[in-house]
Design a protein around this ligand. Structure first.
Ligand code: GLY
Length: 397
C-alpha cells in the first residue's frame, strides 16, 4: 500500500473512532506528518530523475521536465528539499539540496531577471536559516545587489522582463509576481544594515499598490510604464484570461507580497492592502467550496475549466501568515479557509501517490494557459508553497 493511501486509512480510522471536532484536527495533523514522509520519498525520486545542472519544473509527457539554473523556478526544488529535511530530519534531503545550491550559486550575478528573490531566497534563504553558513548569506547579499540594478527611480519599480521580440509591446513591463522578490531585499536590508534595499522594496510596493490594483482589489498582471515620464502606458495580462480578468496566481502573488511587506515594515498600508486582497479572493463567487481556485477567477468556462493548485498553495500560505496580523474573527476566517485549501490539496485528487508524477507532490496546476504550456500539471512552486503552508499550519495549531 502507498504512503498516502495508508495515511488516509489511518485518518479514516481515527475519524471513525471519535466524533469530536478536536479529533478531526488531530487527524489532519497526523496526515501532515505522513505527507512530509511522502514528500521526502517523492523528492528523492525526483532527484533520481534529473542530472547535474538541471532543475525540475514539471512532469509532462510522462517525463520530468527541467530547466537550467537561470529559470525563475530554479530555487523551488532546493527550497522544498530543505523544508522536507526540516520536517523529516532525513540528511539525504539536505545533501541533495546542498549539491543543487552549488549549481545555483552563480545566479547571484544574474542581472537579467527580476526573479532573483524566488531563485535565491527560497533556496539560499532557507539554507542560511537552517545552517547559518555565512557563504549562503553573502550569496543573498550579492543576489540583492544584482536585483536592485533593475530598479528605475523615475518609474519607482524593479523592471520585470527585459526587451525581447515576444514582449515588444511594452516599454517597461512590471508584473504582479515581482512583489515576491521583495522579501529578499527586506531581509538583506536588515541583515546588512543597508536601507537602500528596503527603500527600493518599499518604493516598488507603493508603485504596485497604486497602479496594479483595481477598485475591487483585484490585480492586473502586467503594468507597463513609459520610460520617459514614468507614467502607466498599458494595463495587460500575459498569463491570465484577459487584460481585465483576475489571473489566480497573480492574485496569490499580490496577497503574499503585501503580507511580507507588512511583516518587515509594520506599515498598516500594506496590512490593509493584504486584507483587501484577501476579502476580494475569499468572497469571490467563483472561488469553489473546496477553496482551490480556477486558474483565472474570470475564466469564461468556469466550472468546466482547470484549477490551479499552485494558486491555492500560495494563497493558503499567505493567509496563514496574515491570520497572525489581524484580529478575530478575521484571523479565524483566514485560518479556516487555508485549512480547507490544504485539506483539498491533501486529498487524492491532488496529492500524488508514492512513485507517481516523477516525484512531484501536487497535481493540477496551470503554468501558462494562454500559451497552452504547463496546463494541468505538477509545478515545482506548487509543491514549495504547499509544504511551506503545511509547516505554517502546524505552527499555528
Ligand atoms: N511568472 C511566474 C508565474 O507563472 O507565476
Amino acid at each position: 500500500m502507498k504512503i498516502n493511501q495508508l495515511a488516509f486509512l489511518f485518518c479514516a480510522l481515527l475519524a471513525a473512532c471519535s466524533g469530536s471536532e478536536q479529533s478531526s484536527e488531530v487527524t489532519f495533523n497526523d496526515q501532515i506528518k505522513s505527507i512530509y514522509d511522502l514528500g521526502g520519498s517523492q523528492y528523492q525520486k525526483l532527484a533520481s530523475n534529473i542530472s547535474t545542472n538541471q532543475f525540475p519544473k514539471t512532469f509532462e509527457n510522462n517525463k520530468v521536465q527541467t530547466s537550467g539554473s537561470g529559470w525563475w523556478c530554479s530555487g523551488f526544488y532546493p527550497g522544498t528539499l530543505l523544508y522536507l529535511f526540516e520536517e523529516t530530519g532525513d540528511s539525504a534531503l539536505l545533501n541533495l539540496a546542498t549539491e543543487k545550491l552549488l549549481e545555483l550559486e552563480k545566479e547571484q550575478y544574474n542581472t537579467t531577471t527580476h526573479d532573483l528573490g524566488f531563485m535565491m531566497f527560497c533556496s539560499f534563504g532557507n539554507a542560511y536559516r537552517i545552517t547559518s553558513n555565512p557563504t549562503y548569506k553573502e550569496i543573498i547579499y550579492q543576489s540583492s545587489k544584482s536585483l536592485i540594478t533593475r530598479f528605475d527611480s523615475t518609474i519607482g519599480c524593479i523592471r520585470s522582463w527585459d526587451a525581447a521580440p515576444w514582449n515588444d509591446q511594452w516599454q517597461y513591463p512590471v508584473i504582479i509576481d515581482n512583489m515576491m522578490n521583495l522579501e529578499m531585499l527586506l531581509w538583506a536590508a536588515e541583515e546588512f544594515n543597508d536601507s537602500t534595499f528596503a527603500e527600493i522594496a518599499k518604493t516598488h510596493a507603493n508603485t504596485t499598490l497604486k497602479n496594479h490594483y483595481r477598485e475591487d482589489f483585484s490585480s492586473y498582471h502586467v503594468i507597463s510604464y513609459d520610460t520617459i515620464t514614468g507614467e502607466v502606458e498599458k494595463r495587460n495580462t500575459s498569463q491570465g484570461y484577459a487584460d481585465e480578468s483576475a489571473w489566480a496566481r497573480g492574485q496569490a502573488w499580490g496577497l503574499y507580497g503585501f503580507t511580507i511587506m507588512y511583516r518587515f515594515t509594520k506599515d498598516e498600508t500594506y496590512l490593509n492592502q493584504a486584507r483587501s486582497i484577501a476579502k476580494f479572493l475569499l468572497n469571490h463567487p467563483n472561488l469553489p467550496e473546496d477553496k482551490v481556485p480556477y486558474w483565472d477567477f474570470n475564466a469564461p468556462d468556469i466550472p468546466n475549466t482547470k484549477r490551479d493548485a499552485s494558486a491555492g498553495a500560495i494563497i493558503a500560505s499567505a493567509l496563514l501568515e496574515l491570520s497572525e496580523y489581524v484580529d478575530q474573527p478575521l484571523s479565524d476566517e483566514y485560518l479556516t479557509v487555508a485549512e480547507t485549501m490544504l485539506k483539498t490539496l491533501s486529498n487524492q485528487d491532488y496529492l500524488a501517490n508514492q512513485g507517481e508524477i516523477g516525484g512531484f507532490l501536487l497535481k493540477h496546476s496551470v503554468g501558462h494557459m494562454p500559451n497552452g504550456t504547463e496546463v494541468d500539471v505538477p509545478l515545482s512552486y506548487a509543491d514549495y508553497y504547499y509544504i511551506e503552508a503545511l509547516k505554517r499550519y502546524q505552527n499555528l495549531k
